[in-house]
Design a protein around this ligand. Structure first.
Ligand SMILES: [Zn+2]
Length: 487
């Protein structure tokens, strides 16, 4: 069903139980806000939805996503498990890639064909430029043709060559952590503009999952991205509220209903850690501007570095550890003292868990993507997909948080299993305070998800198929097809 609802449309949702309440009541939406709750009669100009006693949730917020990369991934070849598991499958998927220009592969993992190099890619496909992104999102590998194309600046750009720094591609064809520069270079070479159509498709699929808010945590986010996303929202191509964290140059703006800025993102990399003193200074500068920091920590060393920075610079209430992939018990009291929030991804247990059995020493398994025991320590935990590096479906992630089961059916540290409510509430916080659950209060924004069933049933399924309708700031952004029969 095509939605033609005007932004100002009025809605009356009858007989829906506002989470965490269990008794159904009625709720009115007007001008983007929840304007009334209780026993309400339809007004002449409003659309009525019979909730049939089902659950009404605040719209889900994905607290850690990379929206542009997710849109780009829709135009890419999936090169990693579970789609691609062997060298032969990898070679075949590249050889059969559609089109005749650049091939962009994503999700590569060393278990497919070892460490990827330009030689490996050359032997598979020397005649099209190829770039393959590692599953970590931080490493690109190019074939020789790609490298030679990237190394030549077009004549027009040579005048401003200082604006286009040399890409530091190694002899093996590797490029670490230079996505902004790579993106600019590719745009110049291929004239490729960022695909707003792909963002629109992503946005639609997110609405279908009940997602009404996205916190984009891409470290390179700056004013350029802020303005671009704002444009997509104005065009109706992006129908989620958006918060951007990124560079310190991403100034704080007066927030609108749809677009705001978060904090400063720090991307630590265990093998190339920055200077601790300088990084601490950067944290101080951010805090002085009242900007919280969000620090990428996937290893023990990165967590120790992050906590050292926070301890030296002092803590801002909005400071966050991103991922917290490995949190060992001896660091708990330090973590509790500083008390940064933690935004994690339980679905990596599902999607990567079998790999962890191979790659991660068994004594570390109890430290992987912890949830329940962190909550028990009084730490604040929220959830984000890390899409496109993690799966974008929050319901799937909730199931993973509840079950802690890998694809092959093994379990990883079931002490970390949480209740369906705790998992859900990982998505119900605010942009600025992901750990405080939003209520459905009169005067608040109408960011809502109506399910097809009561929470008492939905909690046992945690299935996106149970999302019946989604509203973002009073606009219906998804309505399940099934409804048109009933009406
Ligand atoms: Zn990320």
């Amino acid at each position: 069903m095509v939605l033609t609802t005007a932004p100002s449309a009025r809605w009356l949702i009858k007989e829906a139980a506002c989470y965490p309440e269990t008794e159904p009541s009625d709720l009115r939406i007007d001008g983007g806000l929840i304007t009334e709750r209780g026993r309400l009669s339809p007004a002449p100009d409003e659309r009525v939805v019979d909730g049939q006693g089902a659950c009404l949730l605040p719209g889900l917020i994905d607290h850690h996503i990379h929206l542009r990369a997710l849109a780009a991934a829709r135009r890419s070849v999936d090169c990693g498990p579970p789609t691609v598991n062997t060298y032969d499958e990898f070679a075949s998927i590249l050889s059969n890639a559609k089109g005749d220009g650049w091939i962009r592969g994503v999700g590569y993992h060393d278990s497919v064909a070892g460490t990827l190099t330009r030689d490996v890619l050359d032997s598979i496909e020397p005649n099209r430029p190829i770039r393959i992104q590692h599953r970590s999102g931080r490493l690109w590998t190019f074939n020789s043709l790609a490298i030679s194309q990237l190394s030549v600046l077009p004549a027009a750009a040579r005048i401003h060559s200082n604006r286009y720094p040399e890409l530091q591609i190694t002899a093996e064809g590797h490029l670490f952590d230079q996505d902004r520069a790579l993106g600019e270079r590719l745009q110049m070479l291929t004239g490729a503009t960022i695909d707003s159509q792909a963002v629109s498709e992503v946005s639609k699929s997110l609405s279908k999952l009940g997602v009404t808010g996205l916190h984009d945590m891409t470290p390179s986010n700056g004013m350029q991205e802020f303005n671009w996303f704002g444009q997509l929202q104005a065009n109706g191509q992006l129908r989620q509220k958006l918060c951007l964290s990124g560079t310190i140059g991403l100034h704080t703006h007066a927030p609108t209903h749809w677009l705001e800025t978060g904090g400063v993102k720090f991307h630590l990399h265990e093998h190339a850690l920055p200077d601790l003193q300088e990084s601490t200074e950067h944290v101080r500068r951010s805090h002085a501007l009242n900007l919280p920091v969000a620090i990428h920590c996937v290893t023990r060393t990165e967590l120790v570095f992050a906590l050292s920075m926070l301890e030296a610079a002092g803590i801002h209430p909005g400071d966050r550890i991103e991922h917290g992939s490995v949190i060992e018990t001896d660091l708990e009291s330090w973590l509790v003292d500083l008390n940064p929030g933690i935004v994690t991804q339980p679905h990596f247990i599902l999607d990567r868990g079998d790999q962890y059995f191979t790659d991660v020493p068994s004594e570390t398994h109890s430290s992987l993507y912890r949830f329940q025991t962190l909550k028990a320590l009084g730490l604040r935990v929220a959830l984000g997909s890390d899409a496109p590096f993690g799966d974008v479906d929050p319901w799937r992630s909730m199931r993973a948080a509840v079950k802690r089961q890998t694809h092959s059916g093994r379990f990883i540290n079931t002490e970390e299993c949480v209740s369906p409510e705790t998992a859900l509430e990982g998505y119900l916080g605010h942009f600025s305070s992901p750990f405080t659950v939003r209520g459905l209060n009169v005067g608040g924004p109408a960011d809502l998800v109506l399910l097809t069933r009561p929470w008492s049933e939905a909690r046992d399924r945690l299935d996106s198929e149970d999302v019946r309708m989604t509203w973002c700031h009073g606009e219906a952004t998804f309505e399940r097809e099934i409804l048109s029969d009933a009406e």
